[in-house]
Ligand binder design. Structure first.
Ligand code: ASP
Length: 343
């Protein structure tokens, strides 16, 4: 008996992959992109899964993506969850790692492959990388190996909430510096099974995100922390602080400390991340980070800024209390951080 083919849903949100040249630069063009897809016979080959496609309206350059679009992508997945074996989200590369991170939290108890992909060169161009990215992402989404939100690009399948865009022009544009690839697509697709999340057993649900006011501060030599004092109001719910190395800040925290205290009084949560793509924050390892810990800042360990931002949106949208949010920020919810084992 012939095995039933898996069916997947492609959600087209915009991005370079479907863009055409216009007098004002590349922009998404819905009809032209659909026509181009029809002109790729491989997409309907016997070796490919069956597929449907839906478009986000309007299609976007991903630099314009907001919480609203994350919710709309999440709703598309949730409303078709039982009808498809997996999902491919076609997305611009600029904020793909943010969207992948956000979806990983929003899709609670997800056990289906949700694969984000796009391209550096549009599908309409002769040297496009879109064809391989799309075809392989579709095969991955139809496979039963993956039970999480991932990003496929340039031959590598990465955990979505570990990924970051590392190049504005290379065809290998993404990496997950603190986590191994989940799979590599060479002659065959080779899964690194020990890196994959196991399937969830709970009931799938979608957490809609609210547009929570949060911020990101990147420290630099000579930073004048006092300038941030005025933005530390009680309407700011969370701040991701990108620190040096293992969580260090200039001036041993002398200048930052009053601001952190003010933030704590206002109920703002501070997450400490590293500017280094590799390695982890270890608050208290150096004198320059001890004060952060003492003042109640939370360690993001090896989390990416993209995932820290998405996780804050998610936890606040769930309506959790401040202490609960702090505690969950220091725990891995979807494989987004590695907590160093205490020696
Ligand atoms: N600006 C584009 C976008 O993110 C870049 C891309 O897709 O590669 O939508």
């Amino acid at each position: 008996m012939m095995q039933k083919k898996a069916k997947i849903l492609i959600i087209y949100t915009g991005g370079t992959i479907g863009m055409m040249k216009t007098p004002r630069g590349y922009a998404p063009q819905k009809e032209a992109f659909h026509r181009l897809l029809e002109e790729i016979p491989e997409l309907r080959s016997d070796s490919m899964p069956l597929w449907d496609i839906v478009d986000l309206d309007p299609l976007l350059d991903s630099s314009n993506i907001t919480v609203l679009e994350w919710n709309r992508i999440g709703q598309r997945i949730a409303s078709h969850y039982d009808a498809y074996a997996g999902f491919v989200v076609l997305h611009g590369t600029d904020t793909m790692a943010y969207t992948a991170s956000a979806l990983s939290f929003m899709l609670r108890n997800n056990r289906k492959p949700v694969i984000l992909t796009g391209s550096q060169i549009p599908l309409c161009e002769i040297r496009t990388d879109a064809r391989d990215n799309l075809i392989t992402a579709m095969l991955l989404a139809a496979d039963e190996m993956v039970h999480e939100v991932c990003l496929y690009f340039g031959g590598k399948l990465l955990r979505g909430n570990r990924s970051m865009k590392i190049s504005a022009d290379d065809l290998i544009a993404f990496d997950s510096p603190n986590y191994p690839p989940l799979a590599e697509a060479g002659i065959d697709i080779r899964y690194h099974t020990s890196a994959l999340l196991p399937p969830c057993s709970g009931q799938f649900s979608l957490q809609i995100l609210k547009n929570i006011p949060i911020g990101v501060i990147k420290v630099f030599p000579g930073i004048q922390f006092e300038l941030f004092d005025s933005i530390m109001t009680d309407s700011l719910k969370g701040i991701v602080v990108e620190t040096f190395g293992a969580g260090n800040i200039p001036g041993g925290g002398d200048k930052l400390l009053p601001i952190i205290r003010k933030a704590a009084e206002n109920g703002t949560i501070l997450i400490i991340c590293s500017q280094c793509p590799h390695g982890t924050v270890a608050l208290g390892a150096y004198e320059t980070s001890s004060s952060l810990k003492e003042a109640g800042a939370v360690s993001g360990y090896d989390i990416t800024t993209e995932a820290a931002v998405a996780k804050l949106y998610y936890l606040f949208s769930r309506g959790l209390g401040r202490e609960e949010i702090k505690s969950r920020m220091e725990r891995s919810l979807r494989g987004e951080i590695t907590i160093p084992s205490r020696t």
